[in-house]
Design a protein around this ligand. Structure first.
Ligand code: 16G
Ligand code: MG
Length: 545
């Protein structure tokens, strides 16, 4: 076939370094940018096949999120704006690793296995982050799409969630919104301004928010949003990429893991601040108190704020919809306790990785999902959306129900349901705080986090650790879980688990306990158990204190 000839010619321009093996991981491919040219070309091919198969537009985002500037990566977006289905991740890995001379055979194998009608048109949306390697890598994706005869639309610089949004808009024929940046900003900002009308007498201080853009695409895009917001929200944008390095000592991942403010931002006590990650699909909030102590409001606190807001609105609207919060094992024990016992909402725990949470959240009328690291969103089932729209249009209901229904309607519009979105989450959080007249300190006191610690252990092969029960228990190697259980028993309110990372060649250790010292000690002891029982390499883990 003509296209295959073109592929074979063009692929020569994007050669694979012989022997290089990479895997389509939790969030696509991610590694040093100089190893990725052939991967990008091949993901252009894969996206084109996926588009022909689904008869819909597919997205390809070039980004390595919170990784250092030198890295890059790529992830594919399925028709409804969700992550690429797991059954195709294997094809991604196969295509990535097949040697140059076998590329056509691998491609044809996929076409055959999936019974893809190659005469069908293909359409692929492409976006990229601000990394210096992104322009040439996204060009390689475009080359791949072209080689297989697909149509592409290059959105240029966009956040990851913006590209997810575009794909969903396109495949719903505009029902989800208009597939342009202007469409995105106007949908979100209009919903925000409707919600903000329900806030009374806010001072300029209350409208003010400091945003750490991680020196990445989020900073660029939040600045574009700013002009749509009028005076409802006043942003001070730091780490906007004009000086500092991407993700370097800033951004959501840095703030969450280091539990301290980013550089490049001047915070006065009590100022409300948030940090995006490098592709703006994560957000965390924080402030410092009058004693200079740092307080982090992570994904768990965000999930609690959003779900309690929604639950109250459902009550006021008299709507009987099932709401659940989906978390991972990293969720702070206090948050789970608060959600289950005080708020009395259903809580589900899934494996780490957005797609797992997303799927679990789809099982409820309203599924609020957040990873502790700040990636999350809210999903409304079609039925739930229908009921809310119907109530909002009902002229025979009292004012309280009407107001609640309208608030729910605008909440749906402000949320990017395709994936976690720092900009959309930020607007929702700001709207909730404004409506409730709540300060960041008051939000923080909803519950107190248990002190916790995350560590990494290097082992010769992290796959020796297999887990079950949403990663909360290790099945192998033998004896490891028993050792963890014994260590946990030594401390109060303690919990610990270990899992192989999906993005780095390490085993991750999580521990929480009644005090920071105990959490640190437990994390260290569990690290030693991993080192001893799972083939640790290099120096033995050292105590933190
Ligand atoms: C990826 C995942 C994120 C997860 C993280 C875990 C997506 C889009 N992102 O960034 O959800 O929390 O990996 O990393 O799925 P780890 O496996 O190295 O701990
Ligand atoms: Mg990210």
């Amino acid at each position: 076939m003509a296209h295959f000839k073109e592929v074979s010619q063009q692929s020569g321009l994007h050669p694979k370094p012989a022997g290089l093996v990479l895997q389509y991981g939790t969030a696509g491919f991610r590694t040093s940018a100089n190893q990725l040219d052939h991967i990008m070309f091949r993901m252009g091919l894969l996206a084109t096949l996926r588009s022909k198969k689904t008869k819909a537009t597919i997205g390809v985002m070039v980004t390595a999120s919170h990784n250092p500037e030198e890295d890059n990566g790529v992830k594919l977006i399925d028709p409804m704006g969700e992550m690429l289905t797991s059954s195709w991740e294997g094809y991604g890995t196969q295509l990535a690793n097949t040697e140059q001379e076998d590329l056509l055979t691998t491609l044809k194998d996929i076409v055959e296995k999936e019974a893809i009608d190659m005469s069908h048109e293909a359409s692929v949306f492409v976006g990229k982050d601000t990394r210096s390697s992104s322009p040439s890598l996204s060009q390689a994706v475009l080359d791949g799409i072209k080689a297989l005869g697909g149509h592409s639309k290059d959105y240029g610089l966009v956040t990851t969630p913006q590209l997810h949004y575009m794909v969903c808009c396109q495949n719903t024929q505009g029902k989800y919104g208009e597939a342009t940046l202007e469409g995105y900003y106007s949908k979100l900002s209009q919903a925000f301004s409707q919600l903000a009308k329900n806030a009374s007498n806010r001072t300029d201080d209350q409208k003010h928010l400091c945003v750490d853009g991680a020196n990445g695409i989020g900073a660029v895009k939040v600045r574009e949003l700013e002009s749509h917001l009028k005076k409802d929200l006043q942003l001070s944008i730091f780490n906007d990429g004009s000086r500092g390095k991407l993700n370097h000592q800033c951004g959501a991942d840095f703030v969450k893991v280091q539990q301290k403010p980013p550089i490049g931002i001047k915070i006065n006590p009590g100022d409300r601040c948030c940090s995006f990650d490098g592709d703006a699909d994560r957000i965390v909030y924080y402030y410092t108190d009058s004693k200079g102590h740092f307080h982090l409001l992570d994904g768990d606190k965000i999930a609690t704020l959003i779900s309690s807001f929604l639950k109250e609105l459902l009550n006021e609207a008299g709507l009987d919809l099932k709401i659940a919060v989906v978390q991972t094992a990293y969720a702070n024990g206090s948050s789970t306790h608060y959600l289950e016992n005080t708020m009395k909402v259903i809580v589900r725990c899934t494996k780490t990785g957005v797609k797992h949470l997303h799927h679990a959240a789809q099982e409820f009328d309203i599924g609020v999902y957040f990873e502790a690291n700040g990636h999350g969103t809210v999903l409304f089932s079609r039925g739930a959306e229908g009921k809310i729209q119907q109530l909002a249009a009902d002229t025979n209901i009292n004012d309280e129900r009407k107001k609640a229904a309208l608030l729910l309607q605008n909440t749906i519009n402000i949320i990017n349901q395709t994936v976690g979105d720092a900009i959309s989450d930020m607007l929702l959080i700001e709207a909730i705080l404004a409506i409730k007249g709540m300060t960041v300190q008051q939000w923080d006191t909803i519950y107190s986090d248990l002190p916790n610690r995350q560590l990494k252990v290097k082992v010769s092969d992290r796959r020796v650790i297999e887990t079950t029960d949403a990663e909360r228990r290790a099945v192998t190697p033998a004896g490891l879980q028993d050792a963890i259980n014994d260590l946990v028993k030594k401390y109060k309110q303690a919990r610990s688990f270990v899992r192989p990372s999906g993005t780095e060649d390490v085993v991750r250790v999580y521990a929480e306990a009644d005090t920071q010292e105990n959490a640190d000690a437990l994390a260290h002891e569990v690290s030693l158990a991993v080192y001893g029982l799972a083939g640790g390499v290099g120096d033995e883990p050292k105590p933190l204190h």
